[in-house]
Design a protein around this ligand. Structure first.
Ligand code: ADP
Length: 487
């Protein structure tokens, strides 16, 4: 009775086992010591594409691509030694010859004496998992931001392709490395604190809000970045995904906007002063003429009209200069660089200056042969006439103005010397700055807007030259600029 009950029990268990094997989604197969299959369930038929009939008695090698044979032999050896091997991943062949990823758990089958007489294998097709993983990787790779998975030890466990682009390291150079690899040294102490705090209360958050963060590329260059951290709870503890957005362009834009804003404020301040005073005088004298036309002498009328004309010219000049400054600062200034003869340009400028300032002596010397230069002749004309006009403005009419040309191997040097009021040493530095009018000239009678030298400096430097001033107060000034020689 007891025995038949036992028999009944074991039969029931066998039936249960058989139905589990039949209905399993995993392939379940058994094999003998030679690796020939002794059983093959429906899932195995599904996965491999071979029917039980086709496979029973066939050798396992039929399913193993050549590159995995060695692995198979190692596994079989371990099984025969009585071990069980769980969830190792490999590649197998389907009936149509295609390869697919698989996870295998292999155990020894023993007889009643405990001797290993065969193997049983449970196999799971990993194609879908790998596809899902690939999809996940594709999603990561399509992100415009660098994404880095940092494990609980602070090492880089996964990166997307944008990380390679932004930081210049290859994937292999980053994987397994401490995340500090990508952080400038000076931020590293903060990083440890930050990580501890973050792990203490992990939640999605921007890193270092309000701070300017930087990443370090493999060439040592620092790039401005914004970082968002998201914790992911895994079986191995909390890991962190850092999403890193390269904000180089954004920060440049912000800086540019700040500069433009500053420029605008400056402009408004100067406009208020420099435009308002000539306009006040224009409208003042115009109204005077309208109101008192009949009672004003012809001489006075001429004088008032001259004042109006002069102020109008200043206004026009200022608008012209301000527009040129704006174009230079927006980087929109186009130069037409050609070879030209600076000697004849200087002579023309001097002829013009003599025509306007008939009582003034203008002298010209050229030290040696002056070669052709390379630049935009119109822009050099502008520099030259501006420096000559300053020399005239800031020196007495009876003192001569001298232009001298000289050259070295690379540059022609143009010097304009006056014997005027000169410039104090302290003022030399701000001379070439925007609106840089210096103390001696703030006299309202000397017209000017302080933009001329700033424009000259920008024009000269943009064409590969330099400009500077040597001066002693009370004795005069020499302004010098250089132009590259044409080769
Ligand atoms: P502006 O002449 O319109 O004021 P500039 O930029 O040409 O503007 O010159 C800036 C300032 O530099 C002048 O206001 C003046 O103070 C000083 N400066 C320029 N050239 C000379 C010079 N030859 N001698 C003395 N001071 C000069």
């Amino acid at each position: 009775m007891g025995k038949s009950l036992q028999n009944g029990e074991s039969e029931a268990r066998r039936a249960l086992l058989a139905s589990i094997i039949e209905s399993s989604h995993d392939a379940i197969m058994s094999g003998d010591l030679n690796g020939n299959f002794t059983s093959w369930n429906p899932a195995a038929e599904q996965i491999y594409g071979f029917s039980a009939q086709e496979m029973i008695g066939q050798n396992v090698l039929r399913l193993v691509p050549p590159e995995k044979e060695q692995q198979l032999n190692e596994v079989r050896k371990k099984i025969f030694d009585g071990n069980r091997i769980e969830h190792f991943e490999s590649i197998r062949l389907r009936k149509d010859g295609s390869k697919f990823p698989i996870s295998l758990t292999v155990s020894p089958i023993r007889d009643s004496n405990g001797t290993v007489i065969g193997t049983s294998t449970i196999a799971r097709d990993l194609t879908d998992r790998d596809k899902a993983e690939q999809k996940f990787r594709d999603i990561l790779d399509s992100s415009p931001d660098a994404m880095i998975l940092v494990d609980k030890d602070g090492n880089i466990a996964l990166v997307n392709s944008q990380t390679e682009k932004i930081f210049g390291y290859s994937r292999d150079e980053m994987l397994g490395q401490p995340v500090e690899l990508l952080v400038p040294k000076r931020f590293q102490p903060n990083l440890y604190d930050y990580r501890d705090n973050f792990l203490a209360s992990p939640q999605v958050q921007p890193m270092g809000e309000g701070l300017e963060l930087f990443g370090r590329r493999n060439d040592g260059l620092e790039i401005p970045v914004e970082v968002r951290l998201s914790p992911i709870d895994t079986a191995d503890g909390v890991v962190v995904v850092a999403t890193i957005h390269d904000v180089t362009e954004h920060r440049q834009l912000v800086r540019r906007l700040e500069e433009l804003n500053e420029l605008r404020n400056e402009f408004v301040a100067v406009v208020t002063h420099d435009l308002r005073s000539p306009m006040t005088s224009i409208s003042g004298y115009a109204n005077l003429l309208i109101d008192a036309w009949d009672t004003t002498s012809d001489d006075k009328k001429i004088e008032y009209l001259q004042i109006i004309a002069r102020n109008t010219e200043h206004l026009a000049q200022f608008v012209e200069d301000a527009l040129q400054v704006a174009r230079i600062e927006m980087g929109e200034y186009a130069f037409e660089i050609v070879e030209f003869d600076i000697r004849s340009l200087v002579q023309r400028a001097l002829d013009e200056a003599r025509g306007v300032n008939v009582n003034r002596r203008f002298e010209f010397t050229a030290l040696g042969d002056i070669p052709l230069v390379l630049g935009d002749a119109d822009r050099h004309w502008q520099v030259l006439t501006n420096l000559l006009a300053n020399a005239v403005k800031f020196s007495p009419a009876n003192e001569p103005i001298t232009v001298e040309l000289s050259c070295d191997d690379e540059f022609v040097q143009v010097s304009i010397t006056d014997q005027g009021i000169g410039i104090a040493n302290d003022d030399l530095a701000k001379l070439f700055q925007k609106f840089g009018r210096v103390s001696q000239s703030t006299d309202e009678k000397v017209p000017g807007n302080g933009l001329g030298l700033y424009i000259c400096k920008n024009l000269v430097e943009a064409q590969g030259g330099r400009i500077w001033c040597e001066s002693s107060p009370g004795r005069g000034s020499t302004f010098v600029f250089t132009i590259p020689i044409a080769r």
